[in-house]
Structure formats: structure tokens, C-alpha cells
Design a protein around this ligand. Structure first.
Ligand code: ZN
Ligand code: ZN
Length: 365
């Protein structure tokens, strides 16, 4: 099959590799579309060390073409999204309702749950991340990471529910549980930040302030009707502006979808006493924050989310239903479609802010 194999940072090649076979409890998915996520870009750039050679891609959506032994909930022909969250349902964290923290799904091993790989070329193993590797014609995925979806939804529009879109939606709807009539500030107006605004809007927030340093992103957030206000923090005192919009009190909820030095500080300063602040974004380097404990004594909750803290098999169908009802325009932020051969271009566009959300089209659905 054709796959984009990353051999080293900045070295990705589209080539023929061996066709994979699903193991016990796994399914083989013919990928229709797969999102281009910042995390994949960071692996490609070498900012996050991962085992190589590796087939990246972790927002795959497609059709099940083969099921391995022991698979009972999925069948050939099912349309699916391959989530980054795959709860085992029996570890400490799963039993405590934290599927994104499952203790039986380790990160960055490059291997499947049984410690082996499914992909290879000329007998040499090729790794995958997030238990899929969907920059390829086919991905082999453990059943518990796979969410069946209706066959009438376009895969390119909904594949982001595997990671990016669900991260933003879940940050607002699940992790923070934004309440109707509230005020929300979102720092970082890229794909995940816009998805966070969508979630806040669905929850009934009435003041949604987008903050970014790129004017075009703020314009887009306003034009899409997702933000009520846009503040360019490179030219404006963002904290003062947000206090002015919130009766001098600060916003009820703050989201850091940028994750660079200073952005969490901004979120904390722009929210009110008792607010909930959620870290979503992850930059390439570790970011330290100087936290004045008075921010906590004023009863702020400062937390973070992995993948929007969603239960994939509960929330992804809910998001899809909202999409079908016309209440969640998942396609609004999708602006660029690529072929697999253009994967390096896709990473470069994302890295330089030329695209909000890109998707690689593998096959017509
Ligand atoms: Zn991702
Ligand atoms: Zn678990």
C-alpha cells in the first residue's frame, strides 16, 4: 500500500510498504480522509522525539475493510473515525471516568497495544503513533480506538473529531462545562481554538473573546460568527480589553489554545475569581508558568485536557448529530485539502500559519 513514511525529522517519503494485517482485537480501515494536526507537524519537525521510521497521521476516518480475531462491535463496511482516545474500560483511570488518561494506552511507543508493529517494508518494522498511522491507504487500529459513524457524513469534514475538533469542543463542553450566558476567552485562534469557540457557543456562552497575534485569524473567528470580539494581543493590552468587556471582573472561562510562553499567564489574568482555566495547546518546547498563588486563593481552577476529555463513543456521535442538525459547522474551519504526496507542503503550511485546518484526502468516500 502507499504510505507517507517519516524516516527522520524533515525526511518524509510517500512509497509502497507492505499491506498490513489486523491482529487480535484490531480492524483494518481504508482511510478516506485524515487531518493534519499540529502534533504530527511537531513529530515531523523533530520537536517531539518519536521512534522512526514512522507513519504519522492520527485523525483518520474511513471504512472498515477487515476485522481481526475477537472483534465483535465492528464489521466490514462500517464507516469509522479513529480516535486518539481508546479507553480500556478497566484500568484505574477508565474506572474513574477519565478515558483520555487510560493507563493501558501508553504514548510514543510507536507500537501497537501488544508491543509489536503492524507496518513494515522489506521485512523492517515501521512504527505508528496514537495506534493508527493514517497517512496511508490503510490503517490497522485497535477496536477500542475506533468509533462507528453514520455512512452519510463526509469523512474529510468529520475526521477532525479524532483529535483536533474534539479537543476544542470537549475542552469547552466536557472539561470546563461552559454554562449558558457566560463569558469565555480563548487565546489562540487556530483550528483547535476555533473548535473551542464552537463548543463555547454550543454551550450558550454569550461573550466569546478570541485573542491572537495574527490579525487574519481574529478576522476569521469573527467572520465565522464564533467570536463576539477579537483582540490582537501584539497591539492591544488584551487583559485590560477583556476586563472592560466583562464589567471589570474578568471572563468566566479561559482557554489557552496556544500553549506558548505567556499565554496561560494571559488567560489567568483575564479571568475572574472562581473562573476555570483550561490548557489545551502544546507548543514545541516545555512552557513554564510563573503562578502567583493569589490566583488560586481566589478560587480559580487551572486544569488541562487531553483530547477534550471526551468519551469517544459517547461524544463523537453527539457531535455528529449536532453536525447533521446544522448546529455544528465542522466544515467551516476546513480550508485546505491535500493529496498524500503533498504532506510535506501541508506541514509547512501549518507551520507558517497559511492554513487553519488541512485534511489529506486518501480516497473518495
Ligand atoms: Zn492531534
Ligand atoms: Zn483504561
Amino acid at each position: 500500500m502507499r504510505a507517507a513514511v517519516c524516516y527522520a525529522p524533515h525526511d518524509i517519503r510517500v512509497e509502497e510498504i507492505d499491506d498490513p494485517t489486523p491482529g487480535v482485537g484490531e480492524v483494518k480501515v481504508k482511510i478516506g480522509a485524515v487531518g493534519v494536526c499540529h502534533t504530527d507537524m511537531n513529530y515531523f519537525l523533530g520537536a517531539v522525539p518519536v521512534p522512526m521510521p514512522v507513519v504519522l497521521g492520527h485523525e483518520g476516518a474511513g471504512v472498515v475493510v477487515e476485522v481481526g480475531p475477537g472483534v465483535d462491535a465492528l464489521s466490514v463496511g462500517d464507516h469509522v473515525i479513529c480516535s486518539i482516545i481508546g479507553p480500556c474500560e478497566h484500568c484505574f483511570q477508565c474506572l474513574h471516568d477519565n478515558p483520555g488518561l487510560c493507563e493501558n494506552a501508553p504514548f510514543f511507543t510507536g507500537k501497537m497495544l501488544d508491543g509489536t508493529t503492524r507496518l513494515s517494508k522489506d521485512g523492517e518494522p515501521i512504527y505508528t503513533l496514537h495506534y493508527q498511522g493514517s497517512y496511508a491507504e490503510y490503517a490497522v487500529v485497535p477496536e477500542r480506538f475506533v468509533v462507528p459513524i453514520p455512512s452519510d457524513v463526509p469523512l474529510d469534514v468529520v475526521c477532525g473529531l479524532a483529535c483536533g475538533a474534539s479537543t476544542g469542543l470537549g475542552a469547552a463542553l466536557v472539561r470546563a462545562d461552559v454554562q449558558p450566558g457566560s463569558s469565555v476567552v480563548v487565546v489562540g485562534a487556530g483550528g483547535v481554538g476555533l473548535s473551542t469557540m464552537m463548543g463555547a457557543q454550543l454551550a450558550g456562552a454569550t461573550t466569546i473573546v478570541a485573542v491572537d497575534v495574527v490579525a487574519a485569524k481574529l478576522t476569521k473567528a469573527i467572520e465565522l460568527g464564533l467570536a463576539t470580539h477579537g483582540i490582537n494581543s501584539s497591539t492591544t493590552d488584551a487583559v485590560a480589553a477583556i476586563l472592560e468587556l466583562t464589567d471589570g471582573r474578568g471572563a468566566d472561562y479561559g482557554f489557552d489554545a496556544a500553549g506558548v510562553t505567556g499565554t496561560l499567564d494571559l488567560v489567568i489574568a483575564a479571568t475572574r475569581a472562581g473562573a476555570t482555566c483550561v490548557v489545551i495547546g502544546r507548543s514545541m518546547e516545555a512552557v513554564e508558568v510563573n503562578l502567583d498563588t493569589r490566583a488560586l486563593l481566589r478560587e480559580r481552577i487551572i486544569t488541562g485536557t487531553y483530547g477534550g476529555s471526551i468519551h469517544p463513543r459517547r461524544h463523537i456521535p453527539e457531535f455528529l448529530e449536532l453536525y447533521r442538525q446544522g448546529r455544528l459547522d465542522l466544515g467551516a474551519i476546513l480550508d485546505t485539502r491535500y493529496k498524500l504526496d503533498e504532506i510535506e507542503q501541508a506541514f509547512d503550511d501549518l507551520h507558517h500559519g497559511r492554513v487553519t485546518r488541512g485534511v489529506v484526502i486518501m480516497a473518495e468516500s
